[in-house]
Each structure stands twice: as C-alpha cells, then as structure tokens.
Design a protein around this ligand. Structure first.
Ligand SMILES: Cc1ncc(COP(=O)(O)O)c(C=O)c1O
Length: 458
C-alpha cells in the first residue's frame, strides 16, 4: 500500500489481480502469472492505460461499446435510476424501465417477435432461447424433439447450454457438454475446396443442414441456432442466400430457428437487427446483449415470436415457464439500454455505420491486396477480420497463436488494441468511429503488418 495515500500501489493491484482474479479463458500455464493491461480511462473510441498511453479500441470493448465511452448523460441516467429504484424483483413487480424497454425492443425486431425475456447477458439469453425450445416441445407433447443443430466455429456463450452449442475450440476444451447437440461443418467460404464456386459452396452448406435433419430425423430436431455472422469464430460471413435457405428448411421441418444477434444486433451492421434487414429472415427467436447497453451495464434479452407464445398459451395444461433471473429486467440496466437506444436514434448511429462502412471495408480489402502474409480479409458493417496466410501459420495451434499475438503486439506498440484469435485479428470498433479514426486505425494496422511481413519474409 502507498503509505501517503493509503491506496493500493500499481504493484499491489497487479499482485492481487494475479492472485485472486480468474479472467475468462485464462490458460492454466499462466494461472497466477498473467499480466493484463490495466485500463483506467476511456473517451469516444479511445482507452487509456494506467501509465497514460492512449489506444484506439479496435474490438470496441468486447464487440459491445456501440455509442463509445465517456457518455455523461448515460452515467447520469444510471445514477438517477439507482437512486430512485435500484432493484425490483421481476417475480413480484414490474418497473417503468423494464416495460418501456421491452416495448422498444419489440418495435425493432422483425416480424412477430414481440415478447422479450430479459437476461443478464448473451449466454443467459442463449440459454433462455434453448430452454424455451425445450419447454415448447415438451408442452406440445413432443419430448423427443430436442436435438439442437449448431455450427462449427459458432460462439454462443459460457453457460452449460450455451457452451454446449458453441462449436469453437470444442476439441480443445476440457469441459463436458450437453449431449443433444449436432454441429454442421465450417461455413466459411474461404475454406471451400480449390476450384469450387461460392454458389456451389452455399449449396453444400445448405445440404449439410438438410442431411443432418434427414439423418437425425426432423421429429428429433428441436432447434437450429446460428449467428448471422459468426463473429468470435473469425467474422465468417456466410455465402449469399444461405440464411434464407436454411430458414426455409427449418420452417418446412417444424424446427425452431434461433438467430443469435448478441454481436450483430444494435447497429453493428447498420441496423437494429441483422436477421431481416440484412439477411432477409424472420427467426422464431432472437438473442441479444452487448450493444443493447453499449457495455455500460450487463443486460441481455431473448425475444420470442407471437407464434411460440400463442402455441404455449393455447396448450390445455396450466404450465409454468420456470425460467428467469434475479436480475431479469433490472431497472438500472434497462434505463441504460433505453438511454443507449435514445442516443443511437438521436445521432442516427445506424445511418452513420452504413455511411462509414464502405471506407472500413475498403481499407480491409486494400490490406488483403497489399500484404502477402494476409490470406483473407472479410467483414460487413463495422465488423472485420484479417486472417494470416495458412501456410505461414503452418496450421498448428501454436503457430496460429503466435501470428495473432505478434500482430497484436506490433499494433499495441503503435496505439491500437486488437482482438487476436489464433491466426486472425478481428475488429468491431465503437460504432461512432469517424472516417478519420477508421483511417488512423488501419494506418496503424498496416504499419503492424509491414513489421510482421519483414519478420516473416526475412
Ligand atoms: C454470438 C454470441 N452469443 C453469445 C455470447 C455470450 O455473451 P455473454 O458473454 O454476454 O454471455 C457471445 C459473446 O461473445 C457472442 O458473441
């Protein structure tokens, strides 16, 4: 402790963090030894570390800081609600903010998705969607219709069910999973066989779903869960038409379609939700979180169609929907989401994303054409991924990691935070990012890639 101020020193904080704070996805090798950057301040698209160094926030927190940092009116709204009514049990009461937010969300979702079940984040939203599916088929007298079809490289969260349908890093994990999950193979067009057209690849990926349903039996498959863009899996944009065709197959086979919009929702692609506005589908359920509050407070939601709600209501027995959380509809979190929506509307952040995305995506394409160490660039809206050439990373996990970490270090030294994933770096910056800031971000990225090109090519 600092004797003068009686406050912890930076060395104390590092030691306490190492000793007591188990971060997500920590490696057993570095238990008790990891050195996380301690961030202390943020404004707009920038964050500052403890020593005062400034960085552009390339990942936008964790794909979530849509309206940017340092919004005084957000802080004020949160403080006001915390003083007025910080908590109310959702079992016994409702609050103005919860009711108002449910309506605001329902007004922005596609089709008949009008019922909102509030959760604590993305994983619990996914968990809720999957439990709703189980409840639905049980109530409908089809207890065998429970298999969930998911996809390799999909990420859906960290509760037992959400992790069970996560197709990423699946083979490396030491956790157990729920058994009734079937994974479809990678949909990434970049990984299609040499000589195959994207249209043929799309046919093959749609056939993967058809075959799985045929093999498992439609009477056993309860739901298909898919991110519009597989974000954590490396910003994989499925081939055109894929979502519409898979959606139709689910409808034909009476399989509930869950669109996981935890990342793509709330403006990331320039729309409130991507399912219908970008990909032309109306799912049965949508999950969202992250950008819902721009990361100012934790909150998630599972939005359920009128069709499902009506079917449940029409069933003859008086069943109880035993799902919900102490913090479902937390009034302070709901106020943060309402303020977030108000700011996004007022500043036309969706329109802004649509206006600046062409520059963002053009800078990515230029990187793909310029640096021969880069194998693929891809993205949409303010989402992007740069993947290293496969032969350079030798297709081993360690070499993959090394590329991502080296690029991360090269960019961090120049003032840009990245999110390295194996041999990839992904971007999902705050949505308020200006064209000048986009250029600043990619200029740094290019300097980092120039450094790595020299290192790799000798
Ligand atoms: C698509 C998707 N679903 C679910 C989750 C889980 O969200 P949370 O970490 O808020 O539980 C994430 C998190 O990154 C995600 O990207």
């Amino acid at each position: 402790m600092d004797q003068m101020t009686n406050r912890p020193t930076p060395e104390d904080l590092t030691a306490w963090d190492r000793a007591h704070n188990l971060h997500p996805w920590a490696s057993t090798d570095s238990f008790g030894e990891d050195d996380y950057m301690r961030v202390r301040g943020a404004e707009g698209v920038y964050v500052w570390d403890e020593s005062g160094r400034r960085f552009i926030d390339g990942p936008g927190g964790m794909w979530c800081v849509q309206i940017g940092y340092g919004r005084a009116e957000m802080a004020q709204a949160i403080a006001d609600q915390a003083m007025q009514m910080p908590y109310a049990s959702p079992w016994a009461f409702t609050t103005g903010p919860a009711a108002e937010l449910a309506r605001e969300i329902a007004a922005r979702t596609p089709g008949d998705l009008n019922t909102v079940h509030f959760t604590t984040g993305g994983s619990t939203a996914v968990d809720t969607a999957l439990r709703t599916m189980q409840f639905y088929w049980n109530v409908k007298g089809k207890p065998d219709k429970k298999v969930i079809i998911s996809r390799e490289k999909g990420y859906h969260g960290s509760t037992f069910l959400a992790a069970s349908v996560t197709g990423k890093e699946r083979f490396k994990t030491r956790f157990d999973k729920h058994e009734e999950v079937h994974f479809l193979p990678d949909v990434n067009p970049y990984h299609r066989p040499a000589g195959m057209s994207v249209a043929d690849w799309c046919d093959a990926k749609v056939a993967d779903l058809e075959n799985a349903i045929r093999d498992l039996g439609a009477d056993r498959v309860g739901a298909f869960i898919a991110e519009p863009i597989l974000c954590s899996g490396g910003v994989i944009v499925p081939p055109e038409g894929y979502h519409q065709r898979t959606r139709a197959i689910c409808a034909e086979n009476d399989i509930l379609y869950i669109s996981d919009e935890v990342v793509t929702g709330f403006g990331r692609l320039g729309h409130w939700f991507a399912s219908e506005d970008v990909f032309g589908i109306v799912p049965d359920m949508i999950t969202c979180a992250k950008g819902l509050t721009s990361g100012y407070l934790p909150l998630g939601a599972c939005i359920i169609s009128d069709r499902i709600m009506q079917d449940l209501k029409d069933n003859e027995k008086d069943e109880v929907f035993y799902n919900g959380y102490t913090y479902s509809g937390h009034p302070v979190a709901c106020v943060a989401a309402l303020k977030n929506i108000e700011i996004m509307e007022r500043e036309d952040i969706n329109g802004h994303v649509r206006r600046v995305a062409p520059l963002f995506q053009q800078r990515m394409r230029t990187i793909g054409e310029t640096y021969d160490i880069v194998g693929d660039v891809r993205g949409m809206g303010l989402l992007g991924c740069i993947e290293c050439r496969p032969d350079l990373s030798n297709d081993t996990y360690a070499a993959h990691l090394q590329f991502g970490q080296r690029l991360d270090a090269a960019c961090e030294a120049r003032g840009l935070l990245l999110r390295p994933f194996g041999n990839m770096a992904v971007f999902s910056p705050p949505l308020i990012m200006s064209e000048a800031e986009i250029n600043e971000m990619f200029d740094i990225m290019e300097a980092g890639l120039t450094q790595l090109s020299e290192e790799y090519n000798g």
